[in-house]
Design a protein around this ligand. Structure first.
Ligand SMILES: C[S@@+](CC[C@H](N)C(=O)[O-])C[C@H]1O[C@@H](n2cnc3c(N)ncnc32)[C@H](O)[C@@H]1O
Length: 112
């Protein structure tokens, strides 16, 4: 709906599929916004490999994600990351909870 209202719908092609299988080729740049943050490192590598296969030599892959700064200072991204780790990515939860503990040390009184 937003695409139609923007007047850009004639420049957009919607292609169903999974980024783990193939990325449509023939483009100079690919933008991924808030797509890779809930995948494991291995899965992100697979997605990037599919992007590499689709990209021409001069192509660009543009990633939009929140940056989590190191250290124990409060940061809303740490809360979001914790939610992602615990609620959405159960199969990676153990590894990611270990990472989150590291991030949250000294930030929370008690990490459950
Ligand atoms: C958090 S949403 C972000 C949506 C949008 N880019 C935005 O910023 O509002 C994550 C997106 O990843 C897409 N996604 C999930 N698994 C995917 C896959 N295997 N291949 C391609 N896209 C996938 C979902 O359809 C969803 O649109």
């Amino acid at each position: 709906m937003e695409l139609m209202e923007s007047g850009l719908s004639n420049r957009i092609e919607i292609v169903p599929g999974s980024a783990f299988e193939a990325i449509p080729s023939g483009c100079d740049a690919y933008i991924m916004k808030y797509v890779i943050h809930n995948w494991s490192d291995e899965e992100v590598y697979q997605i990037f490999q599919k992007c590499r296969e689709a990209l021409p030599e001069h192509g660009k892959l543009i990633i939009f994600e929140q940056i989590m700064l190191p250290g124990n200072e409060p940061d809303s991204n740490k809360w979001i990351d914790l939610h992602m780790m615990v609620l959405l990515v159960v199969e990676n939860a153990q590894r990611k909870i270990a990472v989150s503990r590291k991030y949250l040390e000294g930030f929370l009184k008690k990490i459950i």
